[in-house]
Design a protein around this ligand. Sequence first.
Ligand SMILES: Cc1cc2nc3c(=O)[nH]c(=O)nc-3n(C[C@H](O)[C@H](O)[C@H](O)COP(=O)(O)OP(=O)(O)OC[C@H]3O[C@@H](n4cnc5c(N)ncnc54)[C@H](O)[C@@H]3O)c2cc1C
Length: 399
Amino acid sequence: MGTIETQVAVVGAGPAGLTLATLLHQRGVACVVIDKFRRDQLVARSRAGFLERRTARLLDHLGRSKRLHAEGLPHTACEFRCDGEVVRLDYADLCGGIPSFVYPQHELVADLLDGYVSDGGAVLLGRPVVGLGTERALPVVRCADGTVVRAEVVVEAAGQYGPVRAALPADAFTQYDVRHGVRLLGVLAQTPPFAPHTVYGQHRDGFAGQMLRSAEVTRLYLEVPPGESLEDWPEARIWRELDARLALPPGALRRGPVLERSLVEMRTWVVEPMHLGRVALVGDAAHIVPPSGGKGMNLAMADAADLAAALGRHFCEDSAGDLGEVLAAYSRRRLADVWQVQEFSHFMLHLQHGPLPGAPDAGYLEKLRRARLFRLRDDPAYARAFLERYMGPELPPGL
Ligand SMILES: Cc1cc2nc3c(=O)[nH]c(=O)nc-3n(C[C@H](O)[C@H](O)[C@H](O)COP(=O)(O)OP(=O)(O)OC[C@H]3O[C@@H](n4cnc5c(N)ncnc54)[C@H](O)[C@@H]3O)c2cc1C
C-alpha cells in the first residue's frame, strides 16, 4: 500500500505492457508495471504463437531473444487445403535472412518479465487496478489493495476490458465492433505437428487448421456450428473431425493429451483515438483482430515500441514539448498500421472460412473465395504480395 510516484504507469503485464516498460526502463524513463496476476499466472496463459519478423527483431533489440533463437521454430511456409487441392506458399526466400518464428506467448511473457525484473524494473504483480483518478493535475491509478500510483502518463495495456479506458468518458472514443459469426474451437494438444508449417483447411463441415507451437505441442482449430458448446466436443470427436476436415491419412496426426480447449469468437474491435489526455492505449486495450492472421500480439508489441520511442524522446530530450500532441501523433501513426492489419486479417478470415450456412449469396461468395485461393497458387506476384503482409512489415527505424 502507499503512494508511488513515477513517470509512466503501465497497467497490464502482457506482451504490450512488458515491451513498453522494458524499452522505457532501458531508456532511463521511470515506470511501474501493474498486473492483477501473479508471475505464475502470467506465464501460464497460452495464447499466441506466431511472431512476425518485426517482433523477432524487436526482441533482439530488447536483448530478450536468447530463448527465442534457441527454442523457437523458424516459420517459413503456410498451406491451404480445399477439396483435395493443396496450395502451399513457401516464403523462406522472401525473408531476407529474418524469418518469422513460432514461439509461445507465455514463454515470451516470461522472457520479458524476468528480464525486466532482473534489470531492476519496478513491477506490482497480483494487484488488480480498480480505478483511475486525478491528483494535482496528474493521473493516478488505484489498485484494489489501496496502492496508488501517480504518474505523468498512464498507459492501459490491460486488454479490451481494462479498467483505465472504462473510467474515461465513453463518448471520447469511437468504437468499431464487428462479430463475424464464426466460432472456433481452439485446442492445445501434446502432439507433434503433422506438417512442419501452418495448415489452413476448408471443408464442407467448416474450417480446420494447425498452428505450430513447438516440436511436442500443437494448436489445432475447428470451426464450430452455431449453438454448439465445449460439451459437444469430446476428444474423440475433435480428432475425428480434424482427420476428416484436413484429409489426413490414418496416424498422420498423433492423438495426444488435450492440454486446453476453448471457444474463440471471430471478432474485430478498434477504438479511436488510442489516447485521451495523459492516457494512452496499447495492444488489445485498443484493438482486437480475429486470430486468423496471427497478428494480435505482433500489433500489440508494435504499438508498445512506437509509444516507447515517442515517450523516450519526450522525457529524455524534449520534456517541455506538448505531451498531448506526442500521444495524438502516436495514435495517428498506430491507427494507420492497425487498419492495415485489420484489412489483412479480414482477408484471411474470408479465405479460411466459407460463407455462413444459409447466407443469401453463399454460392457466389464461395466461388470468390476459391478464386482468391487459386490465384495465390497460380500468380507469383499475387502470392508474393500476400506473403509480404503475412510476414508483416519491417521494424521501423528510430527505436
Ligand atoms: C486463442 C488465441 C490465439 C492467438 N494467436 C495469436 C497469434 O498466433 N499471433 C498473434 O500475434 N496474436 C495471437 N493472439 C492474440 C494475442 O494473444 C493478443 O493480441 C495479445 O495477448 C495482446 O497482448 P496485450 O499485452 O495487449 O494484452 P494481454 O496479453 O491480454 O495482457 C493484458 C494484461 O493486463 C492484465 N490486466 C487486465 N485487467 C487488469 C486489471 N484490472 N488490473 C491489472 N491488470 C489487468 C492481464 O492480467 C494481462 O496480463 C491470439 C489470441 C487468442 C485468444
